[in-house]
Design a binder for this molecule. Structure first.
Ligand code: NAD
Length: 356
């Protein structure tokens, strides 16, 4: 099992180090190789995704990614900015399926801005298509309008599009994920207005016929945005396109109130995957030893489950995280009165101990 470790910028190296410690404590044989990415790689070699880092990632079974970015790189040309490293990895590895679980741990229900009874026990999985839709559709650009409300005016345009195979493969991923969970898929679209999403709905419905054990329903994206804050526990697996998924997965992550707790995975059709916390590089707290490493540790658990076929090891890590929360240990982002405030390293050590 070859794992490429790409710590990145800001709190990336601190939180990745804790996840690596946890992986090394399992009785499994890993080859772990580290490489720079993002701003750190730009500083070292002038590019956020150097050829050597890309090759390491391509040859690995899985990538453990910290985070990239810092405001100081905002003035760089777009292709040289740290965030381009993630886009490059997604593109070169064909990572089309983004998994974003939103889990509300019993001890952290108070961290949500919703009423505790709405989020207690919440466990939903948003699956976002990652390589198509209006974010990548051509043509796009700026031009002079020839029709519409203001012919002759300057305008900008993008193209929303999905091919049948793109929808089919993400639908299969969603139905198969649901088979391992609550056996329910909600496909989110805007079929009432958009041709692309009427097609999406038709294709998802067709694929669904191959999974008679999974219930399928369809929901317009505006209603899905409402339902996520009204009755989030009604969902099990939500599958949707790139743009709607971008927005809904961030909304869902906030239901739990603790961004430092949420892992994510992006997979290709060979189950090779990039595993990273849902949060960014948090430059405001970098180097202070206070960042929450649990999202990254839980990303390592997802890696064991989805790319490395080690579900028992994944269960062990997830149980250890629950145990440290039950012990009352909290990094500052999830701290509340009556609990014990710890730093990044102490939290990592506590998970190690709880692994048993
Ligand atoms: P952010 O997620 O880095 O931080 C938002 C807030 O959450 C900050 O107050 C931060 O301190 C806090 N936070 C985030 N992770 C935390 C953790 N593990 N423990 C405790 N607190 C945590 O988002 P931002 O501030 O908008 O972006 C900062 C940089 O990260 C930018 O350069 C942005 O482009 C980049 N970014 C990178 C990724 C990625 O690498 N996948 C994702 C989002 C943002």
């Amino acid at each position: 099992m070859n794992i490429a470790v790409l710590p990145g910028d800001g709190i990336g190296p601190e939180i990745t180090a804790e996840a690596v410690k946890v992986l090394k404590a399992l009785d499994l044989k890993f080859e772990l190789e580290e490489a720079p990415v993002g701003g750190a790689a730009y500083e070292a070699s002038g590019h956020p995704l150097p050829e050597t880092t890309l090759r390491l990632a391509q040859s690995a079974d899985a990538i453990l990614f910290g985070a990239v970015g810092d405001w100081k790189y905002d003035k760089l040309d777009r292709p040289l900015r740290p965030e381009q490293a993630i886009l490059g990895l997604r593109k070169h590895l064909g990572l089309f399926a983004n998994f974003r679980p939103a889990i509300c741990y019993e001890q952290l229900t108070h961290a949500s801005s919703l009423k505790p009874e709405l989020v207690a026990g919440l466990d939903i999985l948003i699956i976002r298509e990652l390589t198509g839709d209006i974010y990548f559709g051509q043509p796009r650009g700026r031009r002079t309008a020839v029709d519409g409300h203001f012919p002759g005016a300057e305008e900008a345009f993008d193209t929303m599009r999905y091919t049948r195979p793109e929808i089919e493969r993400i639908a299969h991923v969603a139905f198969q994920a649901a088979q391992k969970r609550g056996k329910k898929v909600t496909s989110v679209d805007k079929a009432n207005v958009l041709e692309t999403f009427q097609f999406w709905k038709d294709v998802v419905t067709e694929v669904g016929q191959q999974y008679p054990d999974v219930a399928l329903d369809h929901m317009y994206v505006d209603n899905a945005a409402m339902q996520l804050v009204k009755a989030p526990k009604r969902f099990d697996v939500v599958v949707t396109g790139n743009m709607f998924g971008d927005i809904l997965s961030d909304e869902a992550s906030m239901l739990t109130g603790s961004i430092g707790m949420l892992p994510s995975a992006s997979l290709n059709d060979k189950k090779q995957g990039l595993y990273e916390p849902s949060h960014g590089s948090a430059p405001d707290i970098a180097g202070q030893g206070v960042a929450n490493p649990l999202a990254t540790i839980l990303s390592a658990a997802m890696m064991l489950r989805f790319s490395l076929n080690q579900p028992e090891a994944a269960d062990r890590i997830e149980a250890a995280v629950k145990a440290v929360l039950a012990q009352g240990l909290r990094t500052p982002d999830i701290h509340s009165p009556g609990t014990t405030r710890v730093g990044t390293r102490e939290m990592g050590e506590a998970v190690l101990k709880a692994l048993g």
